[in-house]
Design a protein around this ligand. Structure first.
Ligand code: PLP
Length: 392
């Protein structure tokens, strides 16, 4: 059976060159903190990778902290900035207010909900029908208590790209830290932390053809945040734990490759995404395309198929070799409709009928043709079984 992977926002396969670098470094076992030769060899490899990761977002290597996943990066910033322990941060901001949006990833939302339970006030900004945050609403929400603003660069479910530079400027003018979760943006968009003016930015290896278990966070030079994973002096004392040499080397290589290949790959992926979108629009009635029509990451297409359940579509497509998602990988398995789709105004039943196609560098035109051959039949058959379709 033909296999077509259209779930690259959940995770990407390894880039063949990243895989090769990993194979070449399987024996890089030294502890990067050891002073002997084995340690120095590991340290050199980690520092070389740090430069490459810094390169993809135009940061300095000293501004990169390695972590284990994008979720950890997000948690580290949120908890590290809001920590008011005078032992680790004598100049901690006393404010207890944070601004965010209603469509963030759970790894941003859940630590914020914990902070709410601990007495922080969180402003959950609404988004418009495309999923865009209005910078004016950010400005209006600011108070003397505001210690952090965190808004994602691009949404994982609908792909909408937020006005990050504009929001970061507002944060800077008000002397408030600004964090962006760029896990779905790095590797897909040109990201320059200097142009964006952000203080913190999260990225994750397995969304850009590196393995799982490695990620990073950019922390602007001069800012200190408290560690969440307390331990030794690794990663400038901000993230304890012996460095994951192999993962870090792989992430460095993936970032280097993404810098070289991004423009070319993006054009190809956008053209395939558009062929998929137009093909669906031509062949299948009663659908909604979610997300912004232009301000969208090039690989993501979110489509609502009215009158049927996304889960059934996913399973039927999977049986025909096509891998898609009903939302973010993290909320799959939950019966709750996606908070992102509800936030853009979709009613529950339409949110439940939504599929996310997320393309990657390995997809071909033939993959899209195959999806367009199978999908209309699957939708038609499911609708024929649907009492809602019969009643309409
Ligand atoms: N932020 C966004 C926008 C994501 O899409 C994801 C993963 O899907 C994460 C954070 C979490 O990244 P990780 O899976 O590396 O923890």
């Amino acid at each position: 059976m033909r296999k077509v992977y259209l779930d690259n926002n959940a995770t990407t396969p390894l880039h063949p060159e990243v895989k090769q670098v990993m194979m070449n470094n399987l024996d890089l076992f030294g502890n990067a903190s050891s002073a002997h030769f084995f340690g120095r060899e590991a340290r050199d490899a980690v520092e070389d990778a740090r430069k490459k990761v810094a390169g993809i977002i135009n940061a300095g290597p000293e501004e990169i902290i390695f972590t284990s996943c994008g979720s950890e990066s997000n948690n580290l910033v949120i908890k590290g900035v809001t920590c008011q322990d005078v032992y680790c941060k004598p100049d901690a901001h006393p404010g207890k207010h944070i601004i965010t949006s209603q469509i963030e990833h759970p790894s941003v939302m859940n630590p914020l909900k914990t902070l709410e339970r601990q007495g922080f006030k969180v402003t959950w900004l609404p988004v418009d029908q495309y999923g865009l945050v209005d910078p004016d609403l950010v400005k209006k929400a600011i108070s003397k208590q505001t210690v952090l603003i965190t808004i994602m660069t691009a949404n994982n479910e609908i792909g909408t790209i937020e006005p990050i530079a504009e929001i970061a400027k507002i944060a800077r003018e008000n002397d408030i830290y600004f964090h962006t979760d760029a896990v779905q943006a790095v590797g897909k968009l040109k990201i320059d932390v200097k142009e964006l003016g952000v203080d913190f930015l999260s990225l994750s290896g397995h969304k850009l053809y590196a393995p799982k278990g490695v990620a990073a966070v950019f922390i602007r030079k001069g800012i200190f945040i408290c560690p969440t994973l307390q331990g030794g002096h690794q990663e400038r004392g901000i993230r304890g734990g012996t460095e994951n040499n192999l993962g870090i080397v792989a992430l460095g290589k993936a970032c280097e490759l993404a810098m070289q290949e991004r423009e070319k790959e993006t054009k190809k992926i956008w053209s395939q995404r558009e062929n998929l979108r137009k093909g669906i629009e031509q062949r299948i009635p009663e659908i909604i395309i979610n997300g912004h029509p232009e301000k969208v990451i090039p690989n993501t297409l979110s489509v609502t198929f009215k009158y049927i359940e996304g889960e059934s579509i996913l399973l039927r497509l999977s049986a025909e070799g096509i891998a898609v998602s009903t939302g973010s990988a993290c909320s799959t398995g939950s019966l709750e409709p996606s908070h992102v789709l509800l936030a853009i105004g979709l009613p529950h039943e339409l949110a439940h009928g939504t599929i996310r196609f997320s393309l990657g560098k390995e997809n071909t035109e033939e993959d899209i043709d195959y999806a367009l051959e199978v999908l209309p039949r699957v939708i038609k058959e499911l609708r024929e079984m649907s009492p809602l379709w019969a009643k309409k």
